[in-house]
Each structure stands twice: as C-alpha cells, then as structure tokens.
Write a protein that binds this ligand. Structure first.
Ligand SMILES: Cc1ncc(C[n+]2csc(CCOP(=O)(O)OP(=O)(O)O)c2C)c(N)n1
Ligand SMILES: [Mg+2]
Length: 794
C-alpha cells in the first residue's frame, strides 16, 4: 500500500451519540444493499434461469463514504454521481429518507424495478446522473460544475439556490478510463470549481487487484491539474496503534505490503494476519500490539482503513469544504466486500453471498425473518431517534417539494428563423447553418430571448464548422474576463475571441468525449439548475465516433441538445478516408432519444433548425442531430412542407399514381440524383424524386405505426407509408446518400418494393467529387445503372 501524500489527523477516539447513530445507518445500508441483491438472486422467482447478478462487494466497499456524504456532508443543491455498482446503496439511502419504495427495491434488476446502475430516466428524480459506462459519470460532474457556473453567471435558472458541489463517488478502476484525464485537462482550462471526486480505493477492479504503484502517479496527475488531493488511508484504530511503541514498524509494514497480499490476508482473516505479521515483525516492538489481540480483533485492526472509518471520512470532507471551492480528489482506502464473507477476495466483484452466508449475516445483523425490509430493524437505537437523525440531515430537506428535479419554462421559438439570401447563390448546409446562427446571434427583436438561451460549444473546430460569426457576436465564456490579444494589438483576424463570464460559446480542446459530456451536462440544465439552455455542439461528422459512448450516455440521461456534425461523407473529397464518414447515418438511426436529420438544401435546414430548438425543449422531444456538408449546392425558390421535412422526406417530383420507379436522395448527392432523374423521366415519365431528410424519423415512424397496428390501432399509418403509397406495389426504388447504403435498404420492406441502395460501404480516399462519386458509385451514371438494374429485376 503506497504511502499517503496528505495524512488525515485522527479524531479523538470516543464516539458521540451522533457518531453511534451514523454507524447504525452504515449497518443498515450494508444490510439493505446486500439483501436487495440477495432477494433478486435467491428469493425472487427466476423464470428464465439467467443469473440476475449484482455487486454486493462493490456496495460494501463504499458504505462509509456514501453514508458520510448523504447523511452528513451533502446539501440539497449538491449533485452526486454514484459509481454504477453502488446503485443498491444509493437506493437504500433513498429508502431510508422515504424517497424510494420497498416495491421498487424488491424489483431490483427486474422489469419495472430499479435498474442495476442508477438511471435518471428509469429510476426517477432522485438520481442526479446516470452511471454505468465507467468513467463517464465521474467526468460528468466536472462538466456539470462548469454548467452550474455558466447558468449562474448568465443569470439563468434558480439563482436563489446557493452554488452546489458536484460530487462523484467513483471506483478506483474508473480512473483507468482515458476520458477522466481528458476531463481533468478541460476542467483545468476552465478553472472548474466545486468538484469532488471520492475514490473508493479498494485496489480491486473486476478481474483483479490493481498494481501498487499506480496511485502515486494518479495523485501526481491530480495535483498537476490544480486539484487538491487528500488520502484517507488509516482509520482511528490503526492510527492509535501507530502511536504505540513499535507502531511505526507496523505502519511501515502496511505501507510496504503489496495490495494483493493485503487483500488475500483480509480474506483469510485474523489467524493469517497473525502468522504473516509475526513472521515479519516478530522481533519488533510491534509484537506487543499484535499479541494482546484476539484473531478477530487483529483482523478488525488490520482492516481499519480510512475509507471504512466514517468519522475519519467526515473529517476529511469537512476539512476540504472549509478550505474552499478547489476541486478535490479524496483517495479513500477501502476493502472490497468489507464486512461480508468474501471481503478482499480478488474474485469478489460479481460474487454473491450464498444462502447460508446470508442466513449468518442476517443473524449477525439482528434481523428477524420477515423483517428484512424494515428500515430500522436490528439497530441499536429507537426508531424515533433514527428518524429524528434523518430529518436533521441537510440532504434530508428535499430540493423541491416534488424531488430533486428542477424545471425551466420553454423559450419561445419564432415561427421562422432568419434565413440567408440564397437566390442565385450556391450554398452548403454548413454555410447556411453558420449564417442562420450568426443572424440569430444579433439578438434582434423576436430572436432576443432565443439568442440569450443558446450556448454553443465545439472541440477546437469552432471556425471550421462555421460557428465563428456567432462567436464573434456572443463571445466566449470564461469565469474570468480575458482580452483578445490579437484584437488589442490591432492584428487582423476574422475572429474576435474575447472571453468573459457573459460569453455564450464554450471552447473545448479536441477531445470529443468532452464535447458530448458537456452537451450532456448542458442538456440537463433545466433539471439541474432550473435553467433553460439550448446547447449546440459542432463536431466533424467522422469524429462523432470518437465521442460515441459519451453521446449515447448523454442521450440515455435524456439530455437535450443540438448536435451539428459537419462536414460529412466522401463529399469532403480531398480530405481523405480518415475524415470521410460512412457509418454516421446508421448511428443516427440506431441512437435512442436522438432525432437525426440530413438536410440537403438550406430551406430544409432552416425548417429543421427551428424544429430542433422547439423539439429539444418539449417533454416528449429529444436531442437532435443534423448531419451537414460543405458542398455548395444551388438553392431554389420553392415551397416545401415543413411537416414533411420534419417527418423525414418530401417529394421533389411526386410520382404519378402507379409509378414503376422512384429515385430517392439524401444530402449533398442531390445534383447527381437530379441529373439521373432528368434522364430517367424520359423513359419513365411517371417516376418520382424523393428528398429524404431523415431516414431516422421515417424509420422510427414506420416502426411506431406497425406497433400501433399490432396493438389494435388498425388505422395507424406512418409518413413513409404515405409517401410511398402512390407508387405501384411492384415499383422499384433507387436510393442514394453519402453514407452507408444500409441506411435506406429497409425502405423496400415498407410496401414490399425493390430497393437498390447506393452509398459508400468502404473507407474513402482523397480525390475530387467526380472521381470519388464515380469510384464509390454515387455519380449520375451509377444511379442510372442502378435504375436499370432495379427496373430489370421487376
Ligand atoms: C466502460 C466500461 N467498461 C467496462 C465495464 C465493466 N465493468 C464494470 S465494473 C468494472 C470494474 C470496476 O472496478 P472499480 O471501478 O474499481 O469498482 P469497484 O471496485 O468499486 O467495484 C468493469 C470493468 C463498464 N461498466 N464500463
Ligand atoms: Mg475498485
């Protein structure tokens, strides 16, 4: 066990009544979390024979930490991310506060019951952050702290609430995730305050015991990033032993003990400790400390680590809180499975107590059969006293009468956005996006309110995704005002990048996971801060993949934001295959709580942007994703039906009734499709030309209609069925997009028609558009060949 950097001053030994009651609650949390998992695995009927699972050891490891935070330190305005595998402890805590039902607890990991890992959407309003994909929940707290500063400094939301602390209770293995370090760097750049990460340092992950020297490095990293680092290594019993004669030898022995040996001895218990200690310390004065203890007492002494000594933990938290708002990492030494039969065993991560072990545990916990769920059963204090204790906990006061979820009124979105003049101009969707946003950024008239609530962010691609003009108008956010040196020196630049607490753009480093974590945090601002923020993040389309887990994580929490991914596809021709995205349209279709679109023309873009501002605020809405392009296309004066564009597609040339073929395009391949169509109609005059604006919405609507029909709503019809209805049942369809062709292949199933889908299914390469569209089968000839093939097959 490596040596501590900051030792905690031990508290005086005698425990107050308050401390005794805290210990009662620790017992209860240990019991309830273990029992919930036991109930789910061994008591509840199991219909399919699948292992239900749960993590009793991970829960046991952080009982004191959780109890210290929720029963002593946390205030209602604090926001807390709980390590995924401590979900049962978290729910048990809420159960004690009367905020969780027994029924839900009994249903752990069951349909309709509580989720294995805390889930904002599925478990209800007590959960501040979902966790599950390790590392993300931890990093999220840094971004939620940044957002809390942002909303406060912009005067948005519940400014009456004092600033909260953003706390992550994390597993030590979570610090293996790279996104943690990306977030640390970003947090440092933004001078993030009020963040605490409490590491449950049980030195075990899923497979094994972690190497000893690791945490020395990690502590150093935290300090380099401006964090305070507090190691909570020993409990008060051990500290007291160290003050005795020979105590230093004992301490040195523990400090030198490899993590794996320490874990193995913990599992083996007092006799094994004695044997090993005596063989190493037999000649030291420490022997007297060891000799006077029974095996059980010796085991208890040697496992008296700081993270299991609630008074030590509380003292560490209080000291840090008194020091101010510096981000602080607490490394609390713990034992995985503490207090349970498999404590310290390296394979205990998914270990479950046997029925016999549970029976013994019930006995030790003084719980009568049939009273397993009673909140105060088996404790050495009266229910009245325990209830009074809970009522006095700061966290016991609800944040709002209905829970921890705040709300914010919707921001009015004007009926139409300010559109750029396109007549006679070629324009790309990316260019159009930049122009529209810049115009909103003037904050004129009816756009004043909308502009004030938009927050933009980008991972170092602000200028290249056309956010520059918006940023020039609205400024860059920083807690401190910093001038633009280039501007002050009168050096010419198109960008004016002064920073201030009123700025509305958060500039990030390149790490895409940070973008999505920030969008996630900003997208939760209504619930977290009572502030309506309309977050817009821009990223190069291929690098959505780089941040994908964080994007899915944000959506899983139902965060509301607008993602603009641009440029996209082969169309970005000279840039080459690493930058040419192929799979993103499929991601857009497969991601839940994310409505994705790909407009072709600027009029569609205007409709979809407006829709996005509205949809991301609606209770039944979601996050929105627009995939854009840098290919400038001719823009026409035309009337398009906004509802059709939003529903996923509209006929540019409607087919004649009973038409034998239709051509569908999505995105910047429109000119090739139009040219092919012009030839096609010379042979097939009734053919239709369809503009697909969202395969995702078309597909989702189709699935929804099928479900509705199956459940009795026989008249349910989806938009894609309506669109394709005029075509002959045996008609052929050729579809084309600058993305994977499977995006459209399903269209053939809607009415049993033949589809020949075109689109790149291989990595791209450098070239110009004619070369690449030819090579990957997107050019006019390829489209016409596909039409011929489709017609022939009929
Ligand atoms: C991104 C991700 N990778 C893998 C997992 C599977 N997994 C769940 S817990 C765990 C180890 C956790 O160890 P630690 O963070 O130390 O937690 P504790 O010891 O407190 O249980 C792993 C690998 C996961 N949940 N998320
Ligand atoms: Mg661990």
């Amino acid at each position: 066990m490596n040596a501590p950097i900051t030792a905690i001053t031990p508290l005086a030994p005698p425990s107050s009544r308050h401390a005794q009651l805290l210990k009662q609650f620790e017992r209860k949390l240990l019991w309830l979390s273990a029992w919930m998992i036991h109930n789910a695995n061994h008591i509840r009927p199991n219909r399919d024979g699948l292992k239900v699972g749960g993590h009793q050891a991970s829960c046991a490891s952080c009982i004191s930490i959780m109890a210290a935070i929720y029963l002593e330190i946390a205030r209602p305005q604090d926001r807390i991310a709980v390590k995924p595998h401590a979900g049962p402890v978290f729910h048990a805590m809420n159960y004690l506060f009367g905020r969780q039902t027994r029924e839900k607890m009994e249903g752990l990991r069951q349909f309709g019951g509580i989720q294995p890992y805390p889930s904002r959407v599925k478990d209800g309003a007590e959960v501040d952050f979902s966790t599950g994909s390790v590392g993300l929940g931890v990093a999220m707290t840094s971004f939620s702290a940044l957002m809390a500063d942002y909303t406060r400094l912009h005067g948005l939301g519940r400014t009456d609430l004092p600033p909260g602390r953003h706390i992550a209770i994390c597993g030590d293995a979570e610090l293996d995730e790279g996104n943690i370090y990306e977030a640390l760097l970003e947090g440092w750049k933004h001078d993030v305050r009020n963040v605490w990460w409490v590491v449950d340092y049980n030195r075990q992950s899923l497979d094994s015991v972690v190497p000893d020297r690791l945490f020395g490095r990690i502590e150093g990293l935290f300090r380099d990033m401006g964090w305070n680092c507090v190691t909570i290594k020993y409990g008060r019993k051990l500290e007291a032993a160290f003050t005795r004669e020979g105590g230093t030898d004992l301490r040195d022995w523990i400090d030198d003990c490899p993590n794996s040996l320490y874990a193995a001895l913990t599992f083996q218990g007092g006799a094994a400790w004695r044997q090993t200690l005596l063989s190493d310390l037999g000649r030291s004065k420490a022997r007297a400390i060891i000799d006077e203890l029974t095996d059980a007492e010796l085991g208890a002494l040697m496992t008296n680590l700081g993270g299991h000594d609630i008074e030590t933990v509380i003292e560490a938290f209080r000291t840090a809180a008194a020091e101010g708002d510096q981000p602080t990492c607490f490394i609390a030494y713990t034992i995985k499975g503490m207090g349970l039969p498999f404590a310290g065993h390296k394979d205990n991560h998914a270990g479950l107590m046997t029925k016999e072990q549970m029976e013994q545990f019930r006995h030790d916990m003084n719980i009568r059969p049939g009273h397993e769920w009673d909140p105060f059963e088996g404790l050495d204090a009266s229910e009245t006293e325990l209830r009074a204790f809970l009522a006095e906990c700061p966290f016991g006061t609800p944040l709002t009468p209905s829970g921890r979820l705040l709300t914010a009124p919707m921001v009015h979105v004007p009926a139409a956005l300010p559109m750029p003049k396109t007549a006679g101009r070629k324009m790309s969707t990316q260019g159009g996006f930049g122009d529209i946003l810049a115009e909103i950024g003037r904050g004129n008239g009816e756009f004043k309110d909308l502009a004030a609530h938009i927050m933009t962010t980008s991972p170092d691609v602000t200028v290249s995704t056309n956010l520059g003009p918006w940023v020039n108008r609205r400024g860059i956010f920083d807690r401190h005002t910093r001038n633009d040196v280039f501007r002050d020196s009168k050096l010419a630049s198109a960008q004016r990048w002064g920073m201030s607490p009123k700025g509305q753009h958060i500039e990030l480093g390149i790490a895409e996971q940070n973008l999505f974590l920030l969008l996630g945090a900003a997208g939760l601002a209504p619930g977290m801060s009572g502030a309506r923020v309309l977050p817009i993040g821009t990223v190069y389309d291929p690098f959505v993949n780089r941040g994908l887990d964080a994007l899915i994580y944000a959506c899983y929490q139902d965060a509301r934001f607008l993602l603009i991914s641009t440029p996209s596809g082969l169309t970005l021709a000279p840039e080459g295959g690493q930058h040419q995205s192929v799979n993103t349209p499929l991601i857009g279709m497969a991601a839940d709580r994310l409505a994705s679109f790909e407009p072709t023309h600027v009029d569609e873009l205007g409709i979809l942007l407006r829709h996005a501002f509205d949809f991301m605020q609606r209770p039944d809405g979601s996050a929105v994703w627009l995939r854009l392009s840098t290919r400038a296309l001719e823009q026409r004066e035309r009337v398009v039906d906004p509802a059709a564009v939003i529903a996923g597609g509209h006929w540019v040339v409607p087919p004649a009734p009973g038409a034998r073929i239709a051509l569908a395009y999505q995105g910047p391949v429109a000119p090739e499709a139009e040219a092919a169509f012009a030839e096609l109609v010379t042979e097939e005059p009734g053919a239709g030309l369809l503009a697909i604006t969202s395969p995702d919405r078309l597909h989702a609507g189709w699935l929804a209609a099928q479900r509705a029909r199956r459940t009795g709503d026989r008249g349910a019809v989806s938009w894609v069925e309506t669109l394709l209805a005029p075509l002959d049942r045996g008609a052929a369809m050729v579809t084309v997009l600058d993305g994977h062709p499977a995006t459209h292949a399903w269209l053939g199933s809607v009415r049993g028609q033949r589809v020949v889908p075109l689109g790149p299914d291989r990595f791209g390469q450098s070239g110009d558009i004619p070369d690449l569209y030819r090579e990957y089968g997107l050019d006019t000839d390829a489209i016409l060949d596909a039409c011929a093939q489709a017609m022939l097959a009929g």
